[in-house]
Ligand binder design. Structure first.
Ligand code: ARG
Length: 460
């Protein structure tokens, strides 16, 4: 008989049994479910709702079930619906009548909200470690390439010369913000909903704070309806995960471009590339492409849960069972992507020569020539116009700004002097951008130091 079978005269239809059961996926929550039940049982004993002896029997029974599940000795039953009822059923089978006291003052509604919060908190902590590793690798790459000149782009057209370090540090800032978003999510989710019951709390004198403390929560939720119907914490996590994936995807898109024959800025290590079944010459950046592709899944997870939640009247509705697969999928996806992107970046070869050649072409120093004129007193707008004309002239000749003679320059404007050639040297252009946040090797080196400190002092 079902744990809730008392008011039913017929058994559940076989199709429904399969349809509404969540044990296939929510068994992943067994650890949190048992952890939560142990805290609940201990608290029930401490406030005298059950005896201390009974509490200990429940706790021991639950601990035994935990060990057996971990050892792969437990077969879950579809008929017992979900992880909560599977564990409770096992408990009663093992320790008898007293097992039936575990659910006193509790509902699966606050239980599942609790489990998901505990689960996400642990997975956020795990994700933090993976993001930190990725950031360290980017910082190391940055340190190695402080003077690896490369073209910077806007509109995918060459814009201004920068360094590989500067480019990598842009991603460091993004991933640091991702960490911050996860930290923020963690802070808001770290409240215990236990005691909310089905939706209207309970008449039992439960010590909500005591159970919360045992489960390392910062406090308890303040409204029993909200306690069981809130999934904001999962949505916040999915939003943070979607933004993280967007960052990974942009970076991977660049790696795909950069490893193409047209760019040849980098070569992926063989271990992080794959071949073609027909074209023998191929070495494809599949890993980076797949990360880019998997971004869609995580966006989908976020959209799915937002959509599940949008029309739900308070409080718990079974629709909310659909939260778990989305969350699990996003957790798996971001963690796998972070795991594989880090060594892919660490092992790729960076081709300094091609990068610095790329930094030179395409008039990337045109802004510097205009700045040169402006520094000598010509209003910037006029300088811009004049340099524009020089660029047009040079591009028709198929030469760069540095290839024009001083006399040609002076024919266009008497402001030009021999020092103009220094001002438009690529290396000079980069080194001169010492402005905070700019690409000069010394500012980027400082940025790397600062970011390392931020990482070391992350309070979680
Ligand atoms: N398996 C359910 C879920 O994941 C647990 C809560 C069920 N509560 C209920 N009243 N049917 O949401």
């Amino acid at each position: 008989m079902k744990l809730w079978g008392g008011r039913f005269e017929k058994t559940t239809d076989a199709l429904v049994e399969d349809f509404h059961s969540s044990i296939r996926f929510d068994q992943r929550l067994y650890k949190q479910d048992i952890q939560g039940s142990i805290a609940h049982a201990r608290m029930l004993g401490s406030v005298g709702v059950i005896s201390e002896k009974e509490a200990n029997e429940l706790i021991e029974g639950l601990a035994g079930i935990f060990e057996d599940i971990q050892a792969g000795k437990v077969e879950f039953e579809i008929g017992a619906e979900d992880i909560h009822m599977n564990v409770e059923k096992l408990l009663t089978e093992r320790i008898g009548q007293v097992g039936k006291k575990l659910h006193t003052g509790r509902s699966r509604n606050d239980q599942v909200a609790l489990d998901l919060r505990l689960y996400l908190r642990a997975e956020i902590d795990q994700t933090k470690v993976l993001i930190e590793r990725l950031i360290h690798t980017l910082l190391n790459l940055g340190e190695e390439h402080l003077e690896t000149w490369m073209p910077g782009y806007t509109h995918m057209q060459k814009a201004q010369p920068i360094t590989m370090a500067h480019h990598m540090m842009a991603y460091v800032q993004m991933f640091l913000r991702d960490l911050d978003r996860l930290k923020d999510t963690r802070k808001r989710l770290n409240l215990s909903p236990l005691g909310s019951g089905a939706m209207a709390g309970t008449t039992f004198p439960l010590d909500r704070e005591k159970a919360a403390l045992e489960l390392e929560f910062d406090g308890v939720t303040l409204n029993s309806i909200d306690g069981v119907s809130d999934r904001d914490f999962a949505l916040e996590f999915l939003s943070a995960a979607a933004i993280l994936m967007m960052h990974l995807s942009r970076m991977c898109e660049e790696l795909v471009l950069w490893s193409s024959g047209e760019f040849q800025f980098i070569t992926m290590d063989d271990a992080y590339s794959t071949g073609s079944s027909i074209m023998p010459q191929k070495k494809n950046p599949d890993v980076a492409e797949l990360v880019r592709g998997k971004t869609g899944r995580v966006y989908g997870d976020l959209m799915a849960l937002l959509t599940v939640m949008k029309g739900l009247p308070l409080a718990y509705n079974k629709d909310m069972q659909e939260d778990k697969e989305q969350v699990f999928d996003a957790v798996d996806t971001i963690q796998k992507c972070l795991l594989v992107v880090e060594p892919m970046l660490r092992t790729m070869q960076v081709h300094r020569e091609t990068l610095s050649r790329g930094a030179k072409g395409g008039f990337t120093n045109a802004t510097d020539l205009a700045d040169y004129l402006a520094k000598k007193g010509l209003p910037f707008r006029e300088a811009h116009e004049l340099v524009g004309r020089i660029v047009l002239h040079c591009s028709k000749q198929g030469i760069g700004l540095e290839d024009l003679n001083l006399s040609d320059y002076q024919a266009l404007s008497p402001i030009f002097e021999a020092d103009l050639f220094e001002a438009i040297g690529i290396e000079f252009c980069v080194r001169a951008r010492k402005i905070k946040g700019g690409p000069s090797p010394e500012t980027v080196a400082q940025g790397i130091q600062l970011s390392r400190q931020v990482l070391e002092n992350l309070s979680w």
